[in-house]
Design a protein around this ligand. Structure first.
Ligand code: ZN
Length: 421
């Protein structure tokens, strides 16, 4: 006997596309769109009905060439899997992606990724009350030449366990009664920290004579916000009105403001403070807006107690968005032996799904992950570098452009042995 507790209950429904040859990289940015037509579903996604899973089976001899996104009928786009698989990993075989994937994060998994994984993006952005009926698209980009792929099947499933932010009493700008200022009138500032797990487990050194990446140290970095408020930035509206300033022209710098929220009673207020700059980044796999000088990576040597910087800092720009959330059962959410998760004050506050110009940021309890195979995620080792023991340092916001509740935890460091130079 079947009991129906929820009047909105409908059976899970799956839609698919099959047998599509994937284009290789032809040195031009190109996004292949694979259509998945969805029909016959309720006209609105809710907390109890929406997108649950995406499943992919595809052949590719080097899956880290691939950036795969899903796009909803309303244009909302989220990463499914981005450049995962390391140097030579092959194929996705019955790889399921869901917010509650019991096999953990896709970016810590190994090919052929058979199982149920948490995607690189946030599927909850799709379940935003939109009508799920219409054309969904799997967006596939191959970011490196030489290997091409074949998509056997992509399936998307809708049902009653959708990816959702709207858990019981979650704090949002629409529900200030669920948020807290802990009795203080101070602004709700973000607090940015590096999640050690990703950098410690995803780092790779390449020899001087490597064909593709000579003397590169490729590094994954994930930056979490453990403060009481979101990090949010937006471009200077006066500059945006200037017709001579074409913001999509690569290289043009646009001044940013940081929006800082306060909570008084049940009312959010905000003030804007001048901060850094943003620009259009045209590197393959990016082609969106990046905040300048977001992190600096340095290689340091300790000699007789003296700290010597052996590799000048490489400043790297980032698109600021929430592509992962801290969870209590996730080993990637441990910082300085402390487990972080949904008990953070104002957890989930702020929605930053993409890399647009008009608004970027990192939600409370969210993080922004950049994998080691992404363009730009490396430090060039100096020509005469000797093998041996070093310290890798990564500093968030090295120029101190952004306001945070605690700047003292912005520097991450780890011991590192260089062996291939
Ligand atoms: Zn980017």
């Amino acid at each position: 006997m079947l009991f129906l507790f929820n009047s909105n209950w409908i059976q899970a429904q799956t839609f698919s596309a099959k047998n599509v040859a994937l284009y290789d990289n032809f040195k031009e940015p190109f996004t292949q769109e694979i259509l998945i037509e969805v029909k016959g579903l309720p006209k609105k996604t809710t907390e109890d009905f929406g997108l649950e899973t995406v499943e992919i089976t595809l052949q590719h001899n080097r899956t880290s060439d691939l950036k795969i996104q899903l796009q909803a009928p309303d244009g909302t786009t989220s990463w499914v899997t981005n450049r995962n698989g390391g140097l030579n990993g092959k194929n996705y075989l019955q790889t399921k992606f869901s917010q509650f994937g019991e096999d953990g994060l896709i970016n810590t998994a190994k090919n052929p990724f058979t199982g149920n994984y948490i995607p690189d993006g946030q599927f909850s952005f799709f379940n935003n009350s939109q009508n799920p009926n219409g054309s969904w698209k799997l967006l596939v980009e191959d970011l490196k030449p030489e290997e091409k792929g074949f998509l056997e099947e992509v399936k998307i499933t809708f049902g009653n366990k959708p990816a959702t932010f709207k858990r019981r009493k979650i704090c949002s700008f629409e529900t200030p009664e669920n948020c807290s200022n802990q009795g203080k009138t101070a602004a709700l500032l973000p607090d940015l920290v590096i999640l050690p797990f990703f950098t410690q487990t995803q780092i790779q050194e390449f020899a001087k004579d490597d064909r593709h990446y000579p003397s590169q140290l490729k590094i994954s970095v994930a930056i979490a916000n453990i403060g009481a408020g979101p990090l949010e930035v937006f471009p200077d509206p006066l500059i945006m009105k200037d017709v001579k300033m074409d913001s999509s022209k690569a290289g043009n710098r646009i001044p940013l403001f940081q929006k800082i929220y306060s909570l008084k009673g049940n009312l959010f207020t905000s003030e804007n403070r001048k901060s850094g700059t943003i620009y259009y980044e045209k590197l393959p796999g990016h082609e969106h807006y990046h905040v300048d000088d977001w992190i600096e990576m340095r290689l340091v040597k300790l000699e007789k107690g003296k700290r010597i910087t052996v590799s000048k800092g490489a400043k790297v720009s980032y698109c600021l968005f929430t592509n992962g959330m801290l969870y209590e059962n996730d080993k990637a959410s441990i910082i300085n032996n402390k487990q972080y998760g949904s008990d953070l004050q104002n957890y989930g506050l702020g929605e930053y799904p993409g890399c647009e110009l008009m608004k970027q940021g990192i939600a409370v309890g969210g993080y922004d992950y950049y994998g080691l195979m992404y363009e730009g995620q490396f430090l060039t080792l100096p020509k005469d570098l000797k093998n041996g023991k070093y310290i890798l340092e990564i500093e968030i916001d090295p120029d101190h452009n952004y306001y945070e509740s605690n700047r003292k935890n912005n520097l991450f460091s780890m011991p590192l042995e260089i062996t291939k130079q």
